[in-house]
Design a protein around this ligand. Structure first.
Ligand SMILES: Nc1ncnc2c1ncn2[C@@H]1O[C@H](COP(=O)(O)OP(=O)(O)OP(=O)(O)O)[C@@H](O)[C@H]1O
Ligand SMILES: [Mg+2]
Length: 142
């Protein structure tokens, strides 16, 4: 991943979340992994949609909750969008073929990444999303 501003951002609206997604897309390089960690409805899929937009992906990005992973190939890099909410841990993640994706030259974005944390490389970009007051979100890039 190219240089990207880390730290905590409060997003008042989805437009602010979009700005973060676009900057992640700009910084993304082949093989990068983005680990999204946050409660139900905090905006993990929303952020992924904006990353996809920033990559120039033209397909509609749909939550991969029931398929575990969806692939999008119409942008600057392939996007592999995971939602591992229904998995029990890293073993099931590997059975789902995660290695092939993580080691490929696309950008992997993983919702509920805390569930498979042990399977992720140390240089993954960690993003925590939390609810803040009045509908805001607190987004922390580590
Ligand atoms: N600042 C904000 N940033 C992101 N989303 C926001 C913000 N404010 C409101 N929202 C809304 O919050 C909702 C987030 O839903 P989304 O499906 O992205 O969450 P999620 O974390 O992927 O949920 P799940 O855990 O079910 O996968 C959307 O309806 C979005 O419009
Ligand atoms: Mg989601």
């Amino acid at each position: 991943m190219k240089e990207i501003t880390k730290g905590t951002f409060i997003t008042d609206t989805e437009a602010d979340t979009r700005a973060i997604g676009l900057s992640i897309a700009d910084a993304a390089e082949p093989g990068d992994i983005v680990a999204l960690i946050g409660d139900l409805g905090t905006g993990k899929t929303a952020l992924t949609k904006y990353i996809a937009e920033g990559l120039g992906i033209t397909e509609e990005v749909i939550s991969p909750t029931f398929t575990i992973v969806r692939e999008y190939r119409s942008g600057r890099l392939p996007l592999y969008h995971f939602d591992v909410y229904r998995l029990s841990g890293p073993d099931e993640f590997f059975y789902a073929g995660a290695h092939d994706y993580l080691e490929d030259s696309g950008l992997s974005v993983i919702e509920w990444a805390d569930i498979v944390a042990d399977a992720l490389p140390e240089d993954a970009l960690l993003i925590y999303i939390e609810y803040a007051e009045e509908g805001r979100r607190r987004i922390t890039l580590i």
